[in-house]
Design a protein around this ligand. Sequence first.
Ligand code: KG4
Ligand code: ZN
Length: 345
Amino acid sequence: MLVLGIETSCDETGVALVRDGELLTDVTATSMDEYARFGGIIPEIASRAHLESFVPTLDAALEKAEVELGDVDAIAVTAGPGLVGPLTIGVSAAKALALALGKPLYGVNHIVGHLAVDQLVNGEFPERFIGLVVSGGHSHLLRVGNIATDITELGGTLDDAAGEAFDKVGRLLGLPYPGGPHIDRLSQQGDRYAIGFPRGLSRGKDKVRHQFNYSFSGLKTAVARYVEGCEARGEDIPKADVAASFSYAVVDVLLEKAFNACETFESDTLVIGGGFSANSMLREIAAERAAKYGVTVRIPPIRYCTDNGAMIAALGWSLAREGVDPSPLSVTVNTGLPREQIVLR
Ligand code: KG4
Ligand code: ZN
């Protein structure tokens, strides 16, 4: 079973080929370099970049995998959530290929793909696990029975996603866009205990009412106030300490709730995915706490954390293996696709 995976929900054009659960190749083109001067992704630029990159990226993937288009048994493409223009380019291309090749098409959920990719590198999933998906647009806790058929959302962010909060704090500290990786590097030179930033929805009634929800907007405001305070006093901003203490506040609450979900739902495995799972502090503290909770933590290597085609090919392979019905060729895109819907119909 050879599955072609296509990802175009944001700025990355990703094409990958998976054969029987083994990744043959994964090629990515990105338009991220064009956004530093805007401080954010411009959807029209991203759409045009996907249109330009798609065929060369597909050709490169086929060549590297040493397969022909005619060898492909199924096609999977991100159908949501994401930006409408970029999603439409990928879904249109996938539909054209499915029609021309006469092969099944799966319009799939990007968020679920961030977890699905883990099985390509860390092996078969256990019978059930807790999934934490943390990216630029999303922070969700999911209970997964079967990656192809059974996902329940436990909670998610009520405001900013983890990566988004990092990008915004990056801007506050005068770092280039996207701020996530820059704050990560800076925080490695700082003291995570230097400043006691707040942990959203982690105390008292909030904690009870929002057991598995996140909120990062109060934390972001606290960082802004701290930076303003330094400026008002004419002091240098201790950027490394701010970055480390802010990172710790985000990582601490992300993991606390994820491990609590493992306890509550008696899951001995936590799978973490999404662009923010590239974060070094998240990886370090997750490994530390894994031992304490007796939970196995699985995080894919960094190149499979940010958006890529392998995640979509991996999910397509899981769907095909479970015999899930493909999407109709009339499938469109859904920018707000619910987490529990794995395939768009
Ligand atoms: O999953 P992704 O590539 O795209 C979305 O689906 O959103 O995630 C991108 C996000 C950005 O917000 C970026 O700043 C963040 O992931 N990110 C990081 C790191 N690497 C990427 N955040 C913190 N630390 C990192 N090392
Ligand atoms: Zn993503």
